[in-house]
Design a protein around this ligand. Structure first.
Ligand code: KIV
Length: 275
C-alpha cells in the first residue's frame, strides 16, 4: 500500500499519477494499473449522479462510494474528497467528517478545497492525525465566487494569491496540493517553491503529478469536456453499440443461445405433469 511519505518522496524523482474512481470495478482497474493515488472525488456529483454541482453531494454519498473504492484497492493511496457541507458549511464538524473517511471508509487521506477558513480547518484536521491534500486555483465548490469555471491566477495579483495559498497550506502540513486550472508558468513556480508535490489538472506539464477525472479520460461523460482533458479512450460509443446489439439480438431471438442456457435431463422432464 502506497504511503504518504512515499508520495512526498517521489517529488523530483518521477511524476506522480492520480485518477478519480467512484466504484469497485473501476477502482480495481486503476489500482492494478499502478496509479499512485485514487481520489474519490466529489466530481461524483457530475459524472456519476448527474447533478449540476459538486455542492449537491454530502457525506452519505461520498462515504458510500469511498467504501466501494477501498474494498477494491490493494496498492494505491485512497483520498476521500470532503464534500462542501462537511467543512465549508460546517467548519466545526470538519474533523469529525474527515475522520469518517478514514475510520468508516478506509481512506488514507482527505482532500479539501480552498475557502476563507481553509487554513484553520486544514490545521485542525492535520492536528487530529489525518493527512490532508490541499486544492487551489479553480475550486468547483466555490466556483461562483471565482467568476465561474475559469482559469485562475491570470494576473500578477491573483497569481501571488495562489502562491501564498500554496505556501500556507504547505506550512499547515498538507502532504500535496492539487492545482486546478492555473497557467502553466504559475504552476511551475509554485511547484519549485514547495517541498511537497503539486498535482495538476489543467495546470501544465511542470507539476509534480497529474490527475484527471476518470469519466473524462475514458470518454464516459459527454455533457462537458474541459480543454485540459485528454481522452485516452472513447468508451461511450462502445457501450452504446453493445447495448444496441443486445436489444437487437433479444428482439430477433438470437440471444440467449444454447451456450448461455441451462439444461435438464430428459428423464426428469418426463416426470413433470404436462411436459
Ligand atoms: O472531485 C474531483 O474529481 C477533483 C479533481 C478534479 C481534482 O477534485
Amino acid at each position: 500500500m502506497m504511503k504518504i511519505a512515499e508520495i512526498i518522496s517521489l517529488k523530483n524523482k518521477r511524476k506522480i499519477t492520480m485518477l478519480t474512481a467512484y466504484d469497485y470495478p473501476i477502482a480495481e482497474l486503476v489500482d492494478k494499473a499502478g496509479i499512485d493515488m485514487i481520489l474519490v472525488g466529489d466530481s461524483l456529483a457530475n459524472v456519476v449522479l448527474g447533478l449540476d454541482s459538486t455542492t449537491k453531494v454530502g457525506m452519505t454519498e461520498m462515504l458510500h462510494h469511498a467504501k466501494a473504492v477501498t474494498r477494491a484497492v490493494k496498492n494505491s493511496l485512497v483520498i476521500g474528497d470532503m464534500p462542501y457541507d462537511s467543512y465549508q458549511v460546517n467548519p466545526d464538524e470538519s474533523v469529525k467528517n474527515a475522520a469518517r473517511f478514514i475510520k468508516e471508509a478506509g481512506c488514507q487521506a482527505v482532500k479539501l478545497e480552498w475557502f476563507e477558513r481553509c487554513l484553520e480547518v486544514t490545521g485542525q484536521i492535520i492536528k487530529a492525525g489525518i493527512p490532508v491534500m490541499g486544492h487551489i486555483g479553480l475550486t468547483p465548490q466555490t466556483a461562483d465566487k471565482l467568476g465561474g469555471f475559469k482559469v485562475q491566477g491570470k494576473d500578477a495579483e491573483a497569481a501571488q494569491r495562489l502562491i501564498r495559498q500554496a505556501m500556507e497550506l504547505e506550512e499547515k502540513g498538507c502532504f500535496a496540493i492539487v492545482l486546478e486550472c492555473v497557467p502553466d508558468r504559475i504552476a511551475e513556480l509554485i511547484t519549485k517553491k514547495l517541498e511537497i508535490p503539486t498535482i495538476g489538472i489543467g495546470a501544465g506539464a511542470h507539476c509534480d503529478g497529474q490527475v484527471l477525472v476518470i469519466h473524462d479520460m475514458l470518454g464516459l461523460f459527454a455533457r462537458y469536456t474541459p480543454k485540459f482533458v485528454k481522452k485516452y479512450a472513447d468508451l461511450s460509443p462502445v457501450i452504446a453499440k453493445a447495448v444496441e446489439n443486445f436489444k437487437d439480438e433479444v428482439i430477433r431471438g438470437k440471444f440467449p443461445a444454447a451456450e448461455h442456457s441451462f439444461s435438464i435431463k430428459e428423464e426428469e422432464l418426463r416426470k413433470i405433469d404436462g411436459f
